[in-house]
Design a protein around this ligand. Structure first.
Ligand code: MN
Length: 716
C-alpha cells in the first residue's frame, strides 16, 4: 500500500502547486471512514481507494481527481454523506465523488437491460465531467488486478466480461492505450486462460529458438537515424496476448517471428521530424506497400496521432513502426487524461477536447432515438469494436465512420435530413449503390430527393447506430401513419355499410369504449387488426347490434366475391415491412382483383381473389376487407409476379429466357430450379413488373420462345 507521504510526493512531482492539505486530509479520512472493513483478499478495505489514487497519480491527474480517488467508495460503503464531503473538500470533489458513486451503484447487473441502462448513465456522467470516467477506470483496474481473490467464479466472470465489453473499449475510446491493454489482458486471463497461456507459450518458444531480436532492431534503427542527424528515442513493445489473440482470431493469421508482434516506436521532438524520420527509415529499409497510414494529418476519432509504416528489416523480417512526437506518444498512452496534466493551458488543448467529446454526444443522441436500452447497447458495442474508415465530403470535410459503413451511414453522419432524403451516392465521381462499402479516402457525394423516404431495407446494411436508429424511428412513425390511414378507411367503410354518418359523437363513444386517448389511436388499433371495424360500429351504436351484424356479414360476402365497390380501401405505395403486405402465395399485381385479410398485429395482407390460401379464412368474414389498387399511372410502382416456366434442357435456354424477359422490360429478381429431368427444367422466376398487363405481355413473349415449353403464373 502506498504510504501517505509517498502519495503526496508523487503528486508534487508533477504538480508543485498541488493542495497537500487536501491530499493528507483525504488520505486520513478514507482510512477512518472504511475502518475495519475488509477486501476479499483479506486486506484492509482502505488499501483499495489508496491504490486507486496511486493509479491516478500515474496518469498525472489534478489534485481534485486524486482526492476523489481516495474518497470514491466512502458514500457507498460507509456512513459518510455527500454534504460532509462537500464541507471538507469542496464542491468540485463532492460532484466528482457523487458521479463515481452513482456509477458504482449500477455495476454488475447481469441482465442486458440493466447493463445497457448503466452504460447510459455512465455516458451521461462522463459527458458532464470526463474525470468521473477516469476515476471509474482506475477503480476498475485495481479491482481487476485483485480479481483472483474473489471466490465466486460466476461473479469473477461477470466482472471480467463487463470489463472486456464496456470498460476496455471506453478506455480505448478516450485514447488510454495502456489502460485498455491492461484491462483487456486481466479480463482475458479470467475469460479464456487457455488461449492466453497458448499465446504466451508461443512467445517463449520463439524467444528460445531465435533469441530476442528486439534489442538488435532498436539499435539498428537508432544508428540509422543518428547518422542522418535526427535525435530520436526508439522503443519496442510486444503486443499484449489479448491483442495478438484477437488478431489471430479475426484475421486468421499466425505469427512466425517475434518481430511480427512488436510495434517499434520512433519518438522525436517536433512534428516535422516525424516526416524526416520516416524518410530516413524508408530510405534505409524497403517499405511494405499498403501498410502506410498517416494519422498525424488525419487523427483517429479518439485523438490518436502517429505515422504507421511497415518495412523489411535487416534479417528480412517485417518491422512495424510508429513515428510520433513525445507529446503524441504521451497522448497515445494516456489519452484524454493528458488534458488534465496542464490545467492552465489555453485554447489549443480545449479545442481538441471539444472534438474528443463529440462521440459522447453522438452516443447520447442515438440513445434518445433508440426504442429500448438493448438496441442502444447493441449499437454502442458494435461501434466501439469497429475500426474506422475515413471518407470525405465534396468540400473536403472529413467524415469518420466505422468500417463497413455505407453511403447511407455517411449521409446520416452529415445530417439526419440528408440521410432521410438520400436516393443515391457518387463515390469518387461515379454513381454507386447505396449499399456500397466505403473505403478509406473515398469522396462521397450524396444525391437527395425531396420525395424519398428511408427504406426499411437500409437497416440491413447500415452499420452506424445513428443511421439505424433514425431509420427505425422513421419506420415506426410511418407504419403508425399507415395503420391510422388504413384503420380510418375501415371504420369509415363500416359506418357506410350500416348507413350511419361518419361523425364525431358515435366515434367518440367507440373510442371511450376501447379506452383510446385519441381517434388516431383507435384507428391505428383497427388498422393493425387488434380491433375489427365491426367491433367499432357495435361500440358506436350499441342499440343497433343486430342490424349491424347483418350488414357486416353481407359486406364480408361481398369482399369475397371480389366486387370491390366504392367502399374499397385504396392500396398504394407498398413498402416492405409496413402495414400492408403483398401475399407471397399468389403475388397479386395491379390490374388484378384483390382482397385484404386483416391479421392481428400485422395489418393487412393482399391476396389475389382466386388465391387458394383464402379458403382458410372462409368462415371468418370479419377479417375480410374490400381493397382496390390505387396506382398513379404516371408513377408506376414495381411489383413482383411469379412464374412457373418449363424449358428444354439445352445449352443457352436460360440465356434466351432472360433475354426475352429483359427485352420486355421485366427484371428477374429471383430464380430457382424446382425440378429437372433429362429433357426439361422447371423453374420459378420472380419478375419485377408494373402491373398484370406487363406480366401478361412477358408470358406471351415467353410462350412464343422455342426453348420454352410452358409458362404459367405460379400460385402456391
Ligand atoms: Mn472502488
Amino acid at each position: 500500500m502506498i504510504r501517505q507521504y509517498d502519495l503526496v510526493e508523487r503528486v508534487r512531482a508533477y504538480d508543485s502547486k498541488a493542495d497537500e492539505g487536501a491530499l493528507n486530509r483525504a488520505y486520513v479520512f478514507a482510512i477512518k471512514a472504511h475502518g475495519s472493513q475488509q477486501r476479499a483478499s483479506g486486506d484492509a478495505y482502505f488499501s483499495h481507494p489508496i491504490e486507486v489514487a496511486g493509479i491516478l497519480t500515474g496518469m498525472r491527474l489534478d489534485c481534485a481527481t486524486i482526492v476523489t480517488g481516495l474518497l470514491h467508495d466512502t458514500i457507498e460503503d460507509t456512513e459518510t454523506t455527500l454534504a460532509q464531503i462537500g464541507d471538507l473538500f469542496g464542491d468540485e470533489v463532492a460532484r466528482l465523488v457523487d458521479g463515481v458513486t452513482k456509477l458504482s451503484r449500477l455495476e454488475l447487473q447481469s441482465d442486458q437491460t440493466k447493463q445497457a441502462e448503466n452504460f447510459r448513465k455512465l455516458l451521461l456522467a462522463m459527458s458532464e465531467d470526463i474525470r468521473v470516467l477516469l476515476v471509474k477506470l482506475a477503480d476498475r483496474l485495481h479491482n481487476m488486478r485483485t480479481l483472483h481473490h474473489v471466490k465466486d467464479a460466476e461473479k469473477r466472470r461477470l466482472i471480467a466480461r463487463e470489463t472486456m465489453e464496456i470498460f476496455a473499449p471506453l478506455a480505448e475510446r478516450i485514447g488510454m492505450q495502456a489502460m485498455k491493454d491492461e484491462l483487456e489482458d486481466l479480463a482475458f486471463s479470467e475469460l479464456n486462460p487457455h488461449a492466453r497461456d497458448s499465446v504466451i507459450a508461443r512467445l517463449d518458444f520463439l524467444r528460445e529458438q531465435a533469441g530476442d531480436p528486439i534489442p538488435g532492431i532498436i539499435e539498428g534503427l537508432e544508428k540509422t537515424l543518428a547518422e542522418a542527424g535526427i535525435k530520436a528515442t526508439v522503443l519496442g513493445r510486444e503486443k499484449q496476448p489479448y491483442s495478438i489473440w484477437s488478431k489471430m482470431e479475426s484475421k486468421n493469421v499466425g505469427f512466425e517471428q517475434l518481430s511480427d508482434i512488436v510495434a517499434f516506436r520512433i519518438v522525436v521532438d517536433k512534428m516535422e521530424q516525424c516526416y524526416e524520420a520516416l524518410g530516413v527509415v524508408h530510405g534505409a529499409y524497403q517499405m511494405v506497400p499498403g501498410r502506410f497510414k498517416d494519422y498525424i494529418s488525419t487523427p483517429k476519432s479518439n485523438g490518436y496521432r502517429s505515422i504507421h509504416t511497415t518495412v523489411i528489416g535487416p534479417e528480412s523480417q517485417r518491422i512495424e513502426i510508429q513515428v510520433r512526437t513525445a507529446e503524441m506518444h504521451e497522448f497515445a498512452e494516456f489519452g484524454v487524461a493528458v488534458h488534465w496534466h496542464y490545467k492552465d493551458q489555453s485554447g489549443k488543448l480545449r479545442r481538441r477536447e471539444g472534438r474528443q467529446y463529440r462521440w459522447v454526444r453522438e452516443l447520447l443522441e442515438i440513445l434518445e432515438h433508440a426504442s429500448g436500452p438493448e438496441e442502444f447497447l447493441e449499437h454502442t458495442k458494435l461501434e466501439m469494436f469497429h475500426d474506422q474508415v475515413f471518407s470525405f465530403t465534396p468540400k473536403g470535410d472529413l467524415i469518420a465512420l466505422p468500417r463497413g459503413a455505407t453511403p447511407v451511414d455517411f449521409a446520416y453522419a452529415v445530417h439526419s435530413e440528408v440521410g432521410d432524403s438520400c436516393v443515391g451516392a457518387k463515390i469518387n465521381g461515379r454513381m454507386k449503390p447505396l449499399r456500397t462499402e466505403l473505403q478509406n479516402g473515398d469522396q462521397v457525394e450524396i444525391v437527395c430527393s425531396q420525395t424519398q423516404a428511408p427504406s426499411p431495407t437500409w437497416e440491413r446494411f447500415v452499420v452506424t447506430g445513428r443511421a439505424r436508429s433514425r431509420i427505425r424511428r422513421f419506420i415506426r412513425l410511418q407504419r403508425r401513419a399507415q395503420y391510422v390511414d388504413l384503420g380510418r378507411s375501415i371504420v369509415q367503410k363500416a359506418f357506410r355499410q350500416i348507413k350511419q354518418r361518419f361523425v364525431k359523437e358515435p366515434l367518440d363513444r367507440a373510442r371511450a369504449r376501447f379506452r383510446h386517448k385519441s381517434l388516431d389511436d383507435l384507428y391505428a388499433a383497427v388498422g393493425e387488426g387488434v380491433i375489427t371495424g365491426r367491433q367499432v360500429v357495435e361500440a358506436a351504436f350499441p342499440e343497433a347490434k343486430l342490424k349491424t351484424q347483418k350488414a357486416m356479414s353481407q359486406a364480408g360476402r361481398r369482399a369475397r366475391s371480389g366486387k370491390a365497390g366504392d367502399l374499397a380501401v385504396p392500396i398504394r405505395g407498398l413498402i416492405p415491412g409496413m402495414a400492408v403486405h403483398i401475399a407471397g402465395c399468389c403475388h397479386p399485381l395491379p390490374g388484378e382483383r384483390i382482397v385484404g385479410i386483416v391479421t392481428t398485429g400485422k395489418g393487412v395482407t393482399i391476396h389475389a381473389i382466386d388465391c387458394d390460401a383464402l379458403e382458410s379464412y372462409a368462415d371468418i368474414p370479419e377479417r375480410w376487407l374490400d381493397v382496390a389498387w390505387d396506382i398513379d399511372p404516371k408513377h408506376p410502382e414495381i411489383h413482383v409476379g411469379r412464374l412457373t416456366v418449363v424449358i428444354t434442357n439445352e445449352p443457352g435456354t436460360l440465356g434466351s429466357l432472360s433475354n426475352v424477359i429483359a427485352k420486355n422490360l421485366g427484371n428477374i429478381n429471383n430464380l430457382k430450379i424446382t425440378s429437372r429431368s433429362l429433357d426439361f427444367f422447371e423453374i420459378l422466376v420472380d419478375v419485377e413488373v408494373k402491373d398484370v398487363k406487363h406480366l401478361t405481355n412477358i408470358i406471351a413473349a415467353l410462350r412464343a420462345t422455342p426453348a420454352v415449353s410452358s409458362v404459367d403464373r405460379a400460385r402456391a
